[in-house]
Design a protein around this ligand. Structure first.
Ligand SMILES: [Zn+2]
Ligand SMILES: [Zn+2]
Length: 298
């Protein structure tokens, strides 16, 4: 039996990002008998190519795309991207995806899938409330806290919901990544009360389930992203209730470690497997050439 980790990266985040490396990830995946699918952060639309490398301090800089693709020549590891969504750049996002897919096809490589993510939101209203700057709220807890102070958790949830809905409606992406990323820095007190979302739990849950409903209507797969387990909140970025919702709507689900280092491949998949089993999910999916294939994960 094979398990498919449908979301890994080929480097970790650093101020001076290292080059993408495929070989150590292949080795670790083979040792663990896990099939991997790479979803690297793709290049951003031009207006968001900020910072000295044009990578907004986390994405692929434009010049890195070709060497990244070349890494896969001679391997059968599926290549794919985790692309960022911006409400005002849908046409450009489509052309970045088209350009990537054409290059991959020209190199005769196996495409995995395209994942859609929201890491950047218009939250900085300090200068212009009507036209806020796009910011990365998920890099550090201090950043998240700062934007809550600037515009409030309600607005953050609203913007996140709006962006996720826009992303799903594009019908470009095969997989919706880490829907609960807004919980990245959250934690609960002794009574189980959320540090950041207390008082807004229902509002947040309605937003998330609204996106999942839209995802079920547009047939985008949803990942259970296990990196959330290592965060203070301590559960994957997809709740048990959300897994059950997906099961009832017959949605496609994937395992996703979101590993940025080889040793994180398949991390916490036992817990994720138990969540799927508890919800009565029989089969998960993996993607080849953007086509979903069902498999038995148990
Ligand atoms: Zn991500
Ligand atoms: Zn990722």
């Amino acid at each position: 039996m094979k398990i498919y980790d449908e979301h890994i990266h080929l480097r970790f985040h650093a101020d001076e990002p290292p080059r993408h490396e495929l070989a150590p990830f292949i080795k670790c995946a083979r040792d663990r008998k896990i099939a991997i699918s790479v979803k690297e952060h793709g290049p951003l639309p031009k207006k968001y190519q900020q910072g000295p490398r044009g990578d907004f301090y986390f994405a692929m800089s434009p010049g890195e795309l070709e060497p990244f693709i070349e890494l896969f020549v001679g391997s059968d590891i599926p290549i794919g991207l985790e692309m960022d969504y911006f409400i005002d750049s849908e046409d450009e996002i489509r052309s970045i995806a088209d350009d990537f897919l054409q290059r991959v096809q020209a190199s005769d490589l196996t495409i995995g899938a395209l994942n859609g993510s929201v890491h950047l939101l218009p939250l900085d209203i300090t200068a212009d409330n009507a036209n806020p700057a796009i910011v990365m709220w998920d890099d550090k807890a201090e950043s998240f806290k700062k934007y809550i102070e600037i515009c409030g958790i309600e607005r953050i949830i609203e913007e996140y919901h709006k962006a996720l809905c826009g992303m799903v409606k594009m019908q470009l992406f095969d997989v919706l990544s880490h829907i609960d990323l807004l919980r990245k820095f959250d934690k609960v007190d002794a009574k189980g009360k959320s540090f950041y979302l207390a008082g807004y739990e229902k509002f947040y849950e309605d937003a998330i389930f609204d996106v999942l409903q839209l995802a079920s209507e547009t047939d985008i797969a949803v990942e259970l992203n296990t990196q959330g387990i290592d965060r203070p909140y301590g559960r994957p970025f997809l709740s048990q209730k959300a897994v059950e919702f997906c099961k009832n709507k017959k949605m496609k689900l994937t395992f996703a470690s979101d590993a940025h280092r080889p040793e994180a491949i398949g991390r916490h998949f036992e817990t994720a497997g138990q969540m799927f089993a508890q919800a009565g999910v029989d089969k998960l999916v993996f993607f080849r050439d953007r086509i979903p294939y069902f498999y038995d994960y148990k």
